[in-house]
Design a protein around this ligand. Structure first.
Ligand code: COA
Length: 195
């Protein structure tokens, strides 16, 4: 496998501005809720664990391959973020950039560094930790981060199945409507957040 240096202050250009060791779950009172992990970019060595979460979370016809995840981390590490508790990866969000205004099949396997759309491809939380607000918190942090590091991007796009419409509207995405994406056998619905 090709060697890719791990993310460090010197090698990761957005590190200082992004300051991604954000504590999650802090309520407005300052009291800590049960979510005390942090969101930070994944290193190449975290991809194996991300792949485990991906294949446990998504049906086989929808799950990204290990090579897809490696591609996304190598080409667009700034948009591959995980929620960690200690060293344990509990959930992650990954995306790449595209010049299209809608998320399509091609965007799943490509990355245009100047693309005006940030396409989120996976939002995934460990099966044993779902419905604890982790996805919502990751989305909030991810979108703030994307806004600060991809200053030339115009929007964030994602698709979901019908049952997750409440998750993404609660995360401040705008529901656009049915997606034309064909990926697996179920219908997809598209969301957008203007940056
Ligand atoms: C979808 C997924 C990421 C949600 O993660 P999560 O951490 O459990 O989500 P949250 O706890 O932040 O959910 C926040 C709200 O979103 C909605 N929501 C989340 N999961 C839902 C589900 N499976 N069905 C319906 N609504 C859901 C609910 O309104 C929830 O609030 P509530 O728990 O108070 O009712 C997680 O179930 C997962 O990894 N699934 C497998 C992979 C997948 O399908 N990813 C989505 C791709 S579009």
């Amino acid at each position: 496998m090709e060697f890719v240096p791990s993310v460090t202050h010197s090698l990761f250009p957005y590190w200082n501005t992004a300051r991604l060791y954000l504590t999650l779950g802090r309520e407005s009172t300052g009291k800590m809720s049960p979510l005390e992990g942090s969101v930070r970019p994944l290193k190449i060595t975290d991809i194996e664990e991300a792949y485990r979460l991906e294949t446990e979370g998504f049906p086989a016809e929808e799950a990204a391959t290990y090579d897809d995840l490696i591609f996304r981390q190598k080409r667009c590490a700034e948009l591959f973020m995980g929620y960690f508790e200690g060293y344990d990866l509990v959930g992650f969000i990954c995306g790449t950039r595209s010049n299209r205004v809608s998320l399509d099949e091609e965007s799943l396997h490509t990355h245009d560094p100047e693309g005006e759309s940030i396409c989120i491809h996976s939002v995934c939380v460990d099966r044993t930790r779902q419905r604890q607000g982790i996805a919502l918190k990751m989305l909030e942090t991810y979108c703030d981060h994307a806004r600060s590091v991809c200053t030339d991007a115009k929007r964030i796009l994602l698709v979901s199945h019908a049952e997750l419409i409440p998750l993404y509207t609660r995360a401040a995405f705008t529901y656009i409507g049915k997606s034309t994406l064909k990926h697996g056998s179920k219908k997809w619905f598209e969301f957008e957040m203007t940056l």
